[in-house]
Ligand binder design. Structure first.
Ligand code: CP3
Length: 345
């Protein structure tokens, strides 16, 4: 099947489909018993990320259950800092831990020259997937956007207030921009290799963009994203890019128009009527069911899905969550969601 006929890519190209394509962020993950079994087989989460055969297997698992319109490469946004030389560990139940870089002097620990030695297995996963996914399913590659990856590099772990990175970025913008420059370059190279290996679309995860001031958002979210998109488009003008600037609020219009992304992912807090009237005119949108509804399930979930379809279904739209699926999600609720959407009109 020519790729332009894949429903997911048609929606990304601006087509309005009666039944929107659907995939879910973190669709491969701990809510699936078969994922937990494969992770155990791999040894650890990071071992799984760097094991092409098993990473391919966990990417395919949710497709077998729900026949999603897109598969997303199984990896993590934090393989980039690791490939740059920063130590990374995932302790079970605690999230990521990195040896933090608190100021510009820490940048000497990073080396961009050898990233592909670490990232090679990820490209191999993309290539295996490209052969293994069903003909109607699109393959999404991804990376974290520079600001979000930098939050983990500077804080050393997840954060509630992002005090260390805001202090670095606001207090020493020249020094901080060197970190962002390294991430723009590494991310560009990483994504170009994913496309060369068979990724048909790229999503950039900007999970923590919402913590920045107005100027900060332009300088550390919009500008680095714009550079990555331009770098990708210079080589692969036809590969669509989805930007997911979580918490961007009123910045969404500037984000869309200034970065050059093809489509915008919406978090669950964005008012949908505003999106339909303002943002969706500029290009396809993706989102935005609150993942908590997948835990509650039932009629409340379906009513919320109905509301999203009613408001966004009349323009180019891809159904997704407003953030990643959580480990507590009963798999049958995902089945209910997918069946409901596919039973439209
Ligand atoms: O969506 C997919 O199915 C593809 C795989 C994927 C993972 N992480 C796998 C993962 C993707 C696209 C990501 C992106 C990611 N990783 C983001 C951006 C999106 C978001 O969720 O905000 C961020 C911030 C990370 C960093 C990260 N990875 C954190 C903070 C954690 C720990 C928190 C948690 O959810 O456990 C991870 C671990 C992680 N990444 C898991 C998975 C399946 C769970 C690890 C496990 O199996 O124990």
């Amino acid at each position: 099947m020519p790729s332009e006929q894949k429903r997911f890519l048609r929606a990304l190209a601006g087509e309005t489909l009666a039944i929107p394509p659907i995939w879910l962020m973190r669709q491969a993950g701990r809510y699936l018993p078969e994922y937990r079994a494969t992770r155990t087989e791999a040894g650890s989460f990071l071992d799984l990320c760097y094991n092409p055969k098993l990473a391919c297997e966990v990417t395919l698992q949710p497709l077998r259950r729900y026949d999603f319109d897109a598969a997303i490469l199984f990896s993590d946004i934090l393989v980039i800092p690791q490939a740059l030389g920063q130590e990374l560990a995932f302790k079970q139940g605690e999230g990521p831990q990195l040896d933090p870089i608190r100021d510009a002097s820490g940048l000497s620990r990073l080396n961009i020259d050898k990233i592909h030695e670490t990232l090679g297995p990820v490209y191999e996963t993309v290539s295996l997937l490209s052969d293994a996914i069903p003909a109607h399913t699109a393959l999404i590659g991804f990376a974290g956007a520079p600001w979000t990856v930098a939050t983990y590099m500077v804080e050393g772990k997840g954060s509630k207030d992002f005090a260390n990175i805001r202090r670095f970025a606001y207090g020493d913008p020249e020094g901080f921009s060197k970190l962002i420059d390294i991430l723009v370059e590494a991310t560009t190279q990483y994504l170009l290799r994913q496309v060369a290996a068979g990724a048909e679309c790229i999503q950039l995860f900007e999970t923590w963009g919402g913590v920045l001031s107005e100027n900060g958002f332009h300088r550390w979210v919009i500008e680095p994203t714009r550079r990555i998109v331009a770098n990708l488009k210079a080589v692969h003008p036809d590969v669509p890019v989805i930007g997911f600037p979580r918490g961007a609020g009123l910045h969404l219009i500037d984000f869309k128009t200034l970065t050059g992304v093809d489509a915008v992912g919406l978090d669950s807090g964005v008012p949908l009527k505003w999106v339909a009237e303002n943002l969706q005119k500029l290009g396809p949108v993706q989102g935005n069911l609150d993942p908590m509804y997948l835990i509650t399930g039932g009629d409340e979930m379906l009513a919320e899905v109905r509301r999203i379809l009613d408001v966004l279904g009349n323009g180019p739209f891809i159904f997704n969550l407003g953030h990643g699926i959580t480990p507590e999600t009963p798999p049958e609720n995902v089945g209910l969601l997918v069946d409901y959407i596919r039973a439209q009109k």
